[in-house]
Design a protein around this ligand. Structure first.
Ligand code: SAM
Length: 475
């Protein structure tokens, strides 16, 4: 639990006000917290010290991430549904409940400062109500004596284990069910994944092959005073304990980038897959051999260009990056100064059918595998998103397969472990094709946990996003 106790103040303090503004923007404008918070902090300017900034981040991200559990706590002390509460008041209550449940801020300070926040940000009319709800929440937390399930009145673990996990690990029930389904019903493992989702991820860097050595990158991190270690599975990965990646010269000039090690493994798997009778597979940890043979690699969903930049260093020949959204296509161009980027829809790519050696489909998805990074995402996504996304994913994979020449390979990947977006998409598309073989992921990523017939990473095991990937070769 963090952060350290803070003093109660008679006026609402600026850090709590900034955290409240973040919650309001996420609710009202569907803002992305990780993009907006740095701007809100900057707008508050010099009145915030380093400790304030840490507190805002903890409070704002924490209240967003833990929203479902906070709402359970608050609902215990209310006669009307929380949904019926004026949203500005509800967000302030969530900030108060987060402090009570998840920080060492003394209960009295958490209640008093939140009441002051309501008074200033919302108005006097809401103060009595907020005070009463928060006092009851504080009493519940104190009576539960550190037992979160009791404080939340969570479902009993033995009669409704999924409901219990959803409540105490702050995930919507449908997401817990989806994870448990992919994990073969193993609820102990599911619980470890849910807990890992509530930890802020460590920054991972990629040393772009041919541009900077991983050892050089590690040395740059050391020189910048950052604690860094070599990644365990990607030969290009560097993991930072914490700190600002932009302190490293190689990150500033694009020879290295910020990229989850799981994403690196996806690009590496495609580069290592043998394309029959054409460009040979890349040897482990090195730029691909057979540069003279070249070949065409297409990244069908390239924005913002992270995997494309790694593929460009791993594979010889031409890399064509396709991205329909203008702003994202610009990011791809920045990431691939020497590559070819085209703004187009991957379902109708400007590529001759049967001409590509390798195609990456890093499909738009629910992002359920990256919940650590986007605090509000788990509550914003709904099962209804799946129907639209899975239709698009099937179309993109089908389109990718038509681009392959005989012997060519597609890597279909998602940053979601949900079966509907992963194996079911692959199976549905392959049902209409008799000329595609699967390539075992274990053969290209030996020793990587989660690499079997397909690749399914999980944050509790590899410390990466829960990326999925499947390799398919045209006969
Ligand atoms: C998961 S992201 C790709 C991430 C990227 N490969 C990387 O590593 O940086 C999916 C991308 O697909 C793009 N996209 C959405 N619809 C698309 C379509 N119809 N055709 C191609 N790309 C699409 C999105 O704009 C988004 O940039």
């Amino acid at each position: 639990m963090s952060p350290a106790p803070r003093r109660a103040r008679s006026r609402p303090d600026l850090p709590r006000l900034v955290a409240w503004r973040l919650l309001r923007a996420v609710d009202e404008r569907q803002a992305y917290a990780n993009l907006l918070l740095p701007k809100l902090i900057e707008d508050a300017g010099e009145r915030l010290d380093a400790r304030d900034r840490m507190f805002i981040t903890e409070l704002g991200y924490g209240a967003l991430r833990w929203q479902g559990s906070l709402d359970l706590l608050l609902s215990q002390g209310m006669s009307r549904p929380l949904d019926a509460v004026d949203p500005p008041v509800r967000d302030a209550l969530r900030l108060g409940a987060y402090q009570l449940l998840r920080t060492r801020v003394p209960a009295r300070a958490a209640v008093a400062s939140t009441v002051e926040l309501v008074r200033t940000a919302v108005g006097e009319h809401a103060v009595r109500f907020a005070n009463a709800v928060l006092r009851r929440a504080a009493e519940r937390v104190e009576a539960a004596g550190g037992d979160m399930a009791r404080a939340l009145a969570a479902p009993a673990r033995d009669t409704d284990p999924v409901g219990y996990l959803a409540a105490v690990h702050a995930h919507p029930r449908w997401i817990v069910e989806a994870f448990a389904d992919v994990l073969g019903g193993d609820l102990a493992r599911t619980e470890r994944v849910l807990a890992a989702d509530n930890e802020a991820p460590r920054p991972h860097l990629v040393a772009r092959p041919g541009r900077v050595d991983r050892d050089d990158l590690l040395a740059q991190a050391e020189a910048a005073g950052l604690t860094a270690t070599a990644g365990r599975w990607s030969p290009f990965a560097v993991r930072l304990e914490a700190g600002e990646p932009a302190l490293l010269p190689a990150v500033r000039d694009g020879r290295a980038g910020v990229q989850d090690e799981g994403s690196q493994l996806v690009a590496l798997a495609l580069a290592r897959a043998t394309v029959a009778s054409s460009a040979p597979a890349a040897p482990e940890g090195a730029p691909a051999g057979g540069a003279a043979r070249g070949g065409l690699t297409v990244d069908l969903c390239a924005g913002p260009g992270g995997k494309a930049a790694l593929l460009a260093g791993l594979l010889p020949g031409l890399l064509l990056a396709i991205e329909p959204r203008a702003a994202r296509a610009r990011l791809v161009r920045d990431a691939l100064p020497d590559g070819a980027t085209v703004r187009a829809d991957g379902r109708q790519p400007p590529v001759r059918p049967g001409s590509a050696d390798r195609v990456l489909v890093d499909a738009p998805c629910t992002g359920l595998g990256a919940l650590r990074r986007r605090p509000e995402a788990r509550w914003r996504r709904t099962p209804d998103d799946l129907a639209r996304l899975t239709a698009l994913q099937r179309d993109l994979l089908a389109s990718a397969l038509t681009l392959l020449r005989p012997g060519g390979v597609v890597c279909y990947a998602t940053c979601s472990p949900h079966r509907a977006e992963t194996s079911e998409v692959v199976e549905a598309v392959l049902a209409g094709r008799a000329d595609i073989d699967r390539i075992e992921m274990a053969s290209v990523l030996p020793g990587v946990p989660g690499a079997g017939s397909d690749l399914q990473l999980w944050p509790d095991e590899t410390g990466t996003d829960a990326m999925f990937a499947s390799l398919l070769r045209r006969r």
